[in-house]
Ligand binder design. Sequence first.
Ligand code: ZN
Length: 293
Amino acid sequence: MPELPEVEALAADLRERAVGKVIDRAFVAEFSVLKTYAPPLSALHGATVCGTFRRGKFLDLAAAPAGGNGSPLHLVTHLARAGWLRWREDLPEQPPRPGKGPLAFRLRFADGSGFDLTEAGTRKRLAVYLVTDLAAIPGVAALGPEPLDPQFTADVLAGILAGRRTQIKSVLRDQKLIAGIGNAYSDEVLHAAKMSPFRLASSLSPAEVAALHDIIVGTLREAVGRADGLAASDLKKEKKSGLRVHGRAGEACPVCGDAIREVSFADSALQYCPTCQTGGKPLADRRMSRLLK
Ligand SMILES: [Zn+2]
């Protein structure tokens, strides 16, 4: 799943390619992905793209309506677990056939270029919204602070963790508490912090909170730096190669050489290094699946 650094890079890439272009048409290839009905997608026809932004893991394409009247439109996308954006220099004018293959949504510009939102698998979790006010999207309205915002200080993190008897892994990836961190970067942050994913958020000392804050900001900044300037097509490969523990069960920890371990859940898995993070003790799967929801 694309997280803060990848969505940030997607927004930057799309900004270079799309700002100033006039929208020809938006096509929905998979009905369930469109989560809003007012304004209608036809409001995008003839609109000019004026900016692209990221909020949490949401990608926002802003467009000024045709004729210059009315509020800017926001075409907002959440790529979910398996969704992706593919830029195309030459898109056909005919609407795509619905319900076939990975295509979920298409935006075509008047010059024939555009992008496809795709998602593998039959069940589409990718979500597209067209709104005039971002706060109308519940997932955006509920987002916690942006970790790369200068206002996200160690004190702000301390306030988020204080009294929270929840495992730190769950807190880090809870979008309502901190925006943009998911399963991959929470694994990376906890490994760099030499902290067990089991630790209760409320149990961290002020020094541990300060160190964790530095690591969150440093890990995300580094990943944003690596992804910066990459085209959408190269981002997935870059994300994978930059991760030290996430998705690397069985490989050697780059810090201590111990084998990276995994804890599986119904629909995801976390990876960690026992020597670096849990005093050499492997975490029990059963306990994790009961506690970490
Ligand atoms: Zn290690």
